[in-house]
Write a protein that binds this ligand. Structure first.
Ligand SMILES: CC(C)(COP(=O)(O)OP(=O)(O)OC[C@H]1O[C@@H](n2cnc3c(N)ncnc32)[C@H](O)[C@@H]1OP(=O)(O)O)[C@@H](O)C(=O)NCCC(=O)NCCS
Length: 184
């Protein structure tokens, strides 16, 4: 599979948005708060009745410039034979930490390293703007994304049990941090 990664500009965001970002949830990471939190928070995987979570239904790409000015973004598109198969969107406000706002791979193209390629490209850009780490938020309902970040070397650095309640009572925000510049 010959996949190339292109840098695109905001007028091309519809090409990016043509890739669905849908997760089939079959299990979640249940947070178990020990000793009121002083004993830590365990994340135990448990099965749930399957359902689909569509990221774009909540926050479509056309609205992302509300999060950060368009000039702050790096939009990356993975393309195979002219067809967009994956994308990653990151932004930087010039601080030591950049944000990976979105990463997605077409379902039929998943598991072939495209996501990792996009994450690597986003990391390279993050380092080039002088940031030391890249943060990615996901949820306890997206176990696959958690494993993807973990295998890429990211570390879970934040758990927010209340980030989405209301309106979503049973989702927990998980913040993954990828260190890009390590001290010698
Ligand atoms: C998360 C996502 C971007 C990963 O993209 P991908 O192209 O399938 O990932 P890759 O093929 O590059 O896999 C990278 C690594 O993760 C591993 N991996 C992929 N799927 C996995 C799974 N279900 N369980 C465990 N590891 C998995 C691969 O084995 C690979 O490991 P390696 O280091 O040994 O090569 C993709 O699953 C996706 O688009 N999901 C839907 C959208 C989404 O959830 N986005 C994130 C929102 S926070």
């Amino acid at each position: 599979m010959a996949v190339t990664i292109e840098v695109i500009a905001w007028p091309d965001i519809e090409r990016y948005a043509s890739i669905p970002s849908v997760v089939r949830v079959t299990s979640i990471l249940e947070p178990i708060v020990l000793e009121g939190g002083l004993g830590g928070i365990e994340l135990l995987e448990r099965s749930v009745n399957p359902y689909e979570k569509d990221y774009d239904a909540l926050n479509p790409p056309a609205r992302w410039p509300e999060v950060a000015p368009t000039a702050a973004w790096r939009l990356l598109l993975a393309v195979e034979d002219g067809v967009p198969v994956g994308g990653a969107a990151a932004y930087s406000d010039g601080s030591p930490r950049a944000e990976l706002w979105d990463i997605r791979v077409r379902i039929e193209a998943q598991g072939h390293g495209i996501g990792r390629g996009l994450l690597d490209a986003a990391s390279e850009w993050t380092a080039s703007v002088g940031a030391r780490s890249l943060r990615a938020e996901t949820q306890n309902t997206n176990v696959r994304a958690c494993r993807f970040y973990q295998r890429a070397g990211a570390r879970l650095g934040g758990i927010d049990l209340h980030a989405y309640s209301p309106p979503v009572e049973d989702e927990v925000a998980l913040f993954w941090y990828l260190d890009l510049i390590r001290d010698a």
